[in-house]
Design a protein around this ligand. Structure first.
Ligand SMILES: [Zn+2]
Length: 181
């Protein structure tokens, strides 16, 4: 699992840092996850190898704008990417209301199902290769961090290390003997 910082500037962007956005991905998996989506996060994504087409879910830590003002544009662009699979937004109630209002006011039509999930409902959600848990954070408004736990860790033998440790190859026929009482 890798995390790519798309923005870490608080409140306002600077010339070299955008506002909050963090991509969580794995090289052997197409679905990926986004934590926070400040304004222009979709521009930051364009600078990576990640595509909105494969974005599975967005997790918003709290309702402050530098963490969520990028959502309407990102969702609209995902609609133009040709994706058809569901996109989930996990966020506080107010942020979900913000997304609903933006959709209603600008008359969006999306070619995919947009699933708006309140923080409280996260425990019942299943994702492609992670389990996600919320962890309360201290801030001026209710905030949640997200713990990503990989559920599909590829098993791969480190052949070089096995040779270095002089572990014989092939089936292990004797391990230990146990004396019967
Ligand atoms: Zn804040």
């Amino acid at each position: 699992m890798q995390v790519q910082v798309l923005g870490s500037s608080s409140g306002t962007p600077t010339k070299s840092r955008n506002v909050s956005g963090y991509a969580v991905f794995r090289d052997d998996q197409k679905p990926w996850y986004l934590v926070d989506c400040g304004e222009a996060t979709q521009h930051q994504i364009l600078k990576t190898k990640l595509a909105l087409y494969h974005l599975e879910a967005v997790f918003i830590t709290h309702k402050h704008g530098d963490h969520c003002y990028g959502l309407p544009g990102l969702i609209a662009s995902a609609g133009l990417s040709g994706r058809t699979q569901t996109l989930r937004i996990v966020a506080p109630t107010e942020v979900l209301e913000f997304v609903r209002a933006a959709m209603a006011m600008s008359e969006w039509t999306l070619p995919f199902n947009l699933e708006l999930v309140d923080f409280e409902e996260l425990s019942g959600q299943i994702f492609s290769w992670v389990k996600v848990q919320i962890c309360p954070l201290q801030h001026r408004v209710p905030s949640q961090g997200f713990k990503f736990i990989e559920t599909q860790i590829p098993r791969k033998l480190d052949i070089e290390r096995l040779r270095a440790e002089q572990i014989a190859s092939g089936p292990l026929t004797t391990f230990c003997s146990v004396e019967r009482m």
